[in-house]
Design a protein around this ligand. Structure first.
Ligand code: UDP
Ligand code: MG
Length: 332
């Protein structure tokens, strides 16, 4: 690669009015020094605070900045997917707007990419500013996911990464509605390299993740990349059935030998309640998969765009100008 590469940075943004100016300043300083034609695409995920105006201002002040506004809050994974659909470049960098991922790492990512890596992902060496509960639950979740998933999903890896053109195209081609990005990133493969960094506490504002959302993310991740829970009921049922058969033989033998004084209410109750619980659990698991199948079957678009303000920079062409890309598979 002798000529100057074109690099696009995608930033999903949701109600970050407090801190976005600082992020923007730091990012642009990094891009100024980068030996590349760089452009930034902010994806406004339906913010209702001052974020949209700020983003429009950045775009008005700097030709390298573009803004894509979604019609409502779709969630980070969808905002990210929208951004990836709308950019074009030799490499694409994905970064959070809350300064937890330091923009200063981008030049190092670019250097590794130029040295041959096709995907460079940030790996958190420390999670500062996060409570013990979030750290513990994240740790357990990644352990479980690692055991269940068909593709190895590296732990302590967020969305902060650089994708080369091929990896970017591959990712854009994955149109599933259950968008567990860490899994999708791992699924595409290619030559991946880890770049360790210290994840800092959020600069301003609050994380929009609540416990219920973390739970939903965990269930999404497991159901999208493993069908083990769905199959768990089978072997478990077999074990229970074998045990029940042995128990039955024992009861019949006992009745034949000693007669039948009809005790056994407690054991009966225990077995009924236990199996009832297990059956409900298995039904719940089937329900999780069925619900996802249902959502997938509806074939709704992943997101809807309200406003598209492309960066007026040579590095990035707008998708609207290109027309719908046929090579991107079924675009939303
Ligand atoms: N974000 C988004 N849509 C949402 C929630 C968050 O685009 O519905 C953005 C947010 O503005 C930030 C990034 O996604 O740039 C990460 O969000 P957050 O810091 O809340 O997540 P965490 O760092 O806790 O995983
Ligand atoms: Mg954050």
């Amino acid at each position: 690669m002798s000529e100057i590469p074109r690099i696009a940075v995608v930033v999903p943004v949701y109600e970050e009015a407090e801190g976005i100016a600082e992020f923007h300043g730091r990012l642009m300083r990094v891009l100024d020094r980068l030996e590349a034609e760089a452009a930034v695409l902010y994806v406004d995920d339906g913010s209702r605070d001052a974020t949209p105006e700020l983003l429009e201002r950045f775009a008005a002040e700097d030709r390298r900045v573009g803004v894509l506004r979604l019609s409502r809050n779709f969630g980070k994974e969808y905002a990210l997917s929208a951004g990836l659909d709308y950019v074009e470049g030799d490499a694409v960098v994905v970064i959070d707007a809350d300064l937890q991922d330091p923009p200063e790492l981008i030049p190092e990512m670019v250097a590794r990419w130029r040295a041959g890596a096709e995907v460079v992902f940030g790996r958190r060496t420390a999670r500062t500013g996060e409570g013990w509960f979030k750290r513990l639950s994240a740790h357990l979740f990644y352990r479980l996911l690692g055991r269940l998933s068909e593709v190895p999903i590296p732990p302590d890896v967020g969305d902060f990464r650089l994708l080369d053109r091929r990896a970017h195209r591959a990712l854009v081609g994955l149109r599933e509605r259950n968008r567990f990005m860490k899994g999708l990133f791992a699924w595409i493969g290619f030559r991946q390299e880890a770049l360790p960094y210290v994840r800092e506490p959020r600069h301003r504002g609050k994380s929009k993740w609540r416990l219920s959302r973390l739970w939903a993310l965990a269930v999404d991740g497991i159901t999208a990349f493993s069908s083990t829970p769905l199959r768990l009921a089978g072997p478990f049922g077999l074990v229970v059935a074998l045990a029940a058969f042995a128990y039955g033989v024992w009861i019949i033998g006992k009745t034949l030998l000693y007669g039948d004084p009809v005790p056994g209410y407690p054991s009966l109750m225990v077995v009924i309640l236990f199996l009832g619980g297990v059956q409900l659990l298995a039904l719940g698991v089937i329900g999780e998969y069925l619900a996802r199948l249902y959502i997938e079957a509806k074939q709704r678009p992943l997101y809807l765009v309200e406003r598209w303000h492309p960066p007026r920079y040579d590095g990035i062409r707008s998708r609207a100008e290109e027309g719908d890309d046929a090579d991107r598979g079924t675009a939303a």
